[in-house]
Ligand binder design. Structure first.
Ligand SMILES: NC(=O)c1ccc[n+]([C@@H]2O[C@H](COP(=O)([O-])OP(=O)(O)OC[C@H]3O[C@@H](n4cnc5c(N)ncnc54)[C@H](O)[C@@H]3O)[C@@H](O)[C@H]2O)c1
Length: 256
């Protein structure tokens, strides 16, 4: 799919995988809306790319609508990258035999799973109103960010894995729903990717080196750019639909 002159929304586009995806979308000629909570970083990325920053909590209906409206004003909306996400490490029952606060679980589900669906449903509705771009009737493409933790979640990842497993589970039925309007839906499940989620400084570099040893090959964390290559592939390849793809250097994560 040709993105020249089209608009695209990248949630979580102020950082990490979302930022790298926004850069590659802009390089393909898309006008990108960075939809993120982080105003300072989001503004900086958006202005560098000639796009627009919209302060957006992905779990808010109004914020999602504002991001979609802003994108549609810049050009027909053809791509959504759902990269906003967060984790909260907590065991189901902790070392003092106390249960995980239900609010911790609910918050991760709200942002990662419900937030992804909120942005997806509103973006897809806008895409459905655009003119098709090719003889197939293609109108747009959506990429969700799950995680290897959807399949091999570790100790303390119940909420995160449930949120990402939900994203994997909804991929095919949504692709089926949206086939009627020519919108493709795919999900990427990253392994261990070198982004600001691991912090900065000497300690975090050591931690990342250590983590990299558990990757099958190559023995290092993936880069955000490597993930964004896959994001662009699934958006631009007209025959990619309804699939979840692991991009993880072959890692299968152990219990901890
Ligand atoms: N980095 C990894 O190792 C890794 C592995 C597997 C999956 N993932 C997933 O990939 C995605 C991107 O991760 P990353 O490493 O680039 O993270 P990151 O922390 O670098 O970026 C995430 C961005 O999401 C934004 N965000 C958080 N909550 C938001 C909300 N409610 N509304 C809007 N924006 C919000 C943050 O402000 C941030 O800019 C996430 O969904 C994450 O779960 C990352």
């Amino acid at each position: 799919m040709n993105l020249e002159g089209a608009s695209a929304i990248v949630t979580g586009g102020a950082s990490g995988i979302g930022e790298a995806s926004a850069r590659q979308l802009a390089a393909k000629g898309a006008k990108v809306v960075i939809a993120d909570l982080n105003e300072e970083a989001g503004q900086a990325v958006a202005s560098e790319l000639g796009g627009l920053f919209v302060k957006c909590d992905v779990s808010s209906e109004e914020d999602g609508a504002a991001a979609v409206a802003a994108a549609s004003e810049m050009g027909p909306l053809r791509a959504l990258v759902n990269s906003a996400g967060l984790g909260a490490a907590a065991r189901t029952v902790d070392r003092n035999n106390q249960p995980m606060p239900q609010a911790t679980f609910d918050f991760v589900i709200k942002v990662n799973l419900m937030g992804s669906f909120n942005m997806l449903r509103q973006s897809a509705a806008a895409m459905a109103q655009t003119e098709p771009v090719d003889a197939d009737g293609s109108r747009g493409a959506i990429v969700n960010m799950a995680s290897a933790a959807a399949f091999d979640g570790q100790i303390g990842q119940a909420a995160y894995s449930a949120s990402k497993g939900g994203i994997v589970g909804m991929t095919l039925p949504i692709a089926r729903d949206l086939s009627a309007v020519g919108v493709r839906v795919n999900t990427i499940a990253p392994g261990l990717i070198d982004t600001p989620i691991y912090g900065e400084g000497e300690q975090s570099e050591k931690f990342k080196d250590h983590l990299g040893q558990s990757v099958l090959f190559p023995k290092r964390l993936g880069s955000a750019e490597e993930l964004a290559f896959m994001v662009l592939d699934v958006i631009t390849n007209p025959y990619m639909n309804g699939e979840t793809i692991r991009v993880d250097g072959g890692i299968r994560m152990p219990p901890k």
